[in-house]
Design a protein around this ligand. Sequence first.
Ligand SMILES: Nc1ncnc2c1ncn2[C@@H]1O[C@H](COP(=O)(O)OP(=O)(O)OP(=O)(O)O)[C@@H](O)[C@H]1O
Length: 272
Amino acid sequence: MLKFDKVTKTFGANTAVSAASFTVDKPMMIGIIGRSGAGKSTLLRILNRLSDATSGQITFDGLDVTALRGAAKRSWQSQCAMIFQQFNLVPRMDVVSNVLHGTLNRQSTLATMFNLYPTPDIHKAIDILDRLGMAAHAPKRAEALSGGQQQRVAIARALMQDPRIILADEPIASLDPMNAQVVMQALRDIHEEDGRMVIANLHTLDTARRYCDRVIGMRDGRIVFDGTPDQLTTGVARDIYGADDSFSESMTSTQIEQSAAAVAMMEKAAAL
Ligand SMILES: Nc1ncnc2c1ncn2[C@@H]1O[C@H](COP(=O)(O)OP(=O)(O)OP(=O)(O)O)[C@@H](O)[C@H]1O
């Protein structure tokens, strides 16, 4: 399905991604972990074609992603939607318009300027927001929402494109543990219910273990681990992070307490 074949990206003398190879045979949820500067963001950006590989090839269902140009490249970018740590919403615009922005590549400039979206698209946007527990916020300005709510709007905007793959670059790095859990569960649900592939760069090991089917560990641009959460032992994690014996998983972890109170708060937040 998805194949990375010796993908390399250099910036001058610096190799951000070094001969990365892996294959994904079916839609799954993949976490990419590694210390800051390991090459995680660059890997996602090359897949989405926000950045061009220096060498190597990426294919998806036989399509040579690395060779796409013009309209074919734009079409791929909507098949491969990306969400970011900072949400990248238009703060003063209402939630539903932000979500409808996900259809930008299908709208004329004039229609976009005047927020003239087809009624079926508006219904679709509301349905997607509803699925993410956000329909009641549709008329509010994006800037009035909490970080976790904004990230769910960003996910809704990505879903408007009906993507095959969702790429999430540190999607929970700016969120408190409770909101982090809501957002990760939303991504997991999207994978399980829609069969979409989700690839997320994650700072915390416990999040990767808890939500992902497969974990890829990067160090200095190279893939140094590729396996299941069970195979990700503390020793392996220590290698990925280049840490010594004093390494403790809590260094990369924001353990989310699954207390009844936290779950109740989460459900309340989703209902608001
Ligand atoms: N546009 C760029 N120009 C020059 N160097 C870059 C550029 N983007 C990334 N790099 C370098 O490539 C390397 C990998 O960066 P990247 O952002 O992919 O790492 P990362 O694992 O995502 O880190 P973080 O967790 O801090 O986001 C780093 O050394 C970084 O400085």
